[in-house]
Design a protein around this ligand. Structure first.
Ligand code: AMP
Ligand code: MG
Length: 314
């Protein structure tokens, strides 16, 4: 694998690799993505192979602007207009009916997940390659998402090329909304908070709400175990009271601090930005168990709690 700087030569090499139906890891504002031409079966197959990603889990397609997004969708509901105007470029993914002439991106369904990333390297790669890029997080399936080029290197040493754009600013994946059912339904909590989405799009249906007759579209990627470190992760009510020895690492946040712990911010956005890097550090320290102070049960912490819950799942 080669790590290159995002300069003229770096982009030239990246575009060459993408046009040859191979994959390139690149920074986005959420986490590092493993990108490939979204409509090349061979290139997309490389993503699944390298990540060991289950074939039923479809990919998000990244495009350079709203116009390019509309070309991939069969229809464009009014909510898509409003959400795209407000949040793109940015960490919001919209699931829409897929344009009929296009093939499925990964999984065989009739929808497509699209976003415009807010990262100059990602945008320039999209523009210079002229390709829509399917790009899941650049890590082995189920593992911790990469927020630096170094994380990508360690998780996926066989990726031919990585564009190094420094640490990802958000550090947590995009919020995914399903617009195919007439309303706005949350498939995955993420970087954009629900409060901001409601201000723009009105009510947002949460997972578990809505029709109970099985009519609601499932969220294929939300498997119980995901985002997991090698060490066993255990959520605890109060880390100060937990038994510890040197095989145990502790992850907590300001105001709930204990000695020898990784201490993250008490602000959910700042916490999310550092979470995966902290889990990588604890794994590197060789601990076998990571005790995590349970964050507050408020909506602001929804995305962080979602990731911690999946990381803790057996
Ligand atoms: P990631 O692997 O982090 O890129 O996550 C992509 C997320 O988007 C997963 O939860 C996928 O299941 C979801 N996703 C991608 N495409 C679709 C789609 N067409 N319909 C519903 N969810 C999708
Ligand atoms: Mg992922």
């Amino acid at each position: 694998m080669t790590v290159v700087r995002p300069d003229a030569d770096g982009f030239r090499r990246a575009v060459e690799v993408l046009r040859a139906d191979s994959v390139v890891a690149f920074p986005t504002e959420t986490v590092y993505g493993l990108g490939a031409n979204a409509f090349s079966e061979k290139a997309v197959g490389e993503i699944y192979r390298l990540k060991n990603r289950p074939s039923w889990n479809p990919l998000i397609v990244h495009v350079a602007n709203v116009e390019a997004a509309r070309e991939l969708a069969e229809s464009w509901p009014v909510e898509a207009n409003e959400l795209a105007a407000q949040f793109w470029p940015g960490p919001l993914t919209l699931v829409l009916p897929r344009a009929r002439h296009l093939s499925g991106v990964g999984a065989s369904n009739d929808t497509i997940a699209i976003r415009v990333p807010a990262h100059e390297v990602a945008l320039r790669l999209l523009e210079e390659s002229g390709l829509p890029l399917a790009a899941p997080s650049a890590n082995r399936s189920e593992g911790i998402s990469p927020t630096t080029a170094e994380h990508v290197l360690r998780s996926l040493p066989d990726v031919p090329l990585v564009l190094d754009g420094g640490p990802a600013a958000w550090g947590i994946e995009s919020t995914v909304l399903d617009l195919t059912g007439g309303g706005v339904r949350l498939l995955r909590p993420g970087a954009v908070p629900l409060r901001e989405l409601r201000d723009v799009a009105g009510p947002v249906e949460l997972p578990g709400e809505g029709p109970s007759d099985g009519a609601a579209r499932p969220s294929p990627g939300m498997s119980r175990r995901h985002y997991a470190p090698r060490a066993r992760l255990v959520l605890v009510d109060d880390v100060r009271e937990a038994d510890r020895d040197e095989s145990v690492g502790v992850l907590t946040y300001e105001t709930a601090g204990v000695e020898g712990a990784e201490v993250l911010s008490g602000d959910p956005r700042e916490y999310a930005a550092d979470l995966y890097a902290a889990l990588h550090r604890l794994d590197d320290a060789g601990v076998t168990t990571i005790l995590v102070q349970e964050p507050p049960r408020t909506e602001d912490w929804l995305a962080v709690r979602d990731r911690l819950g999946r990381a803790a799942a057996k």
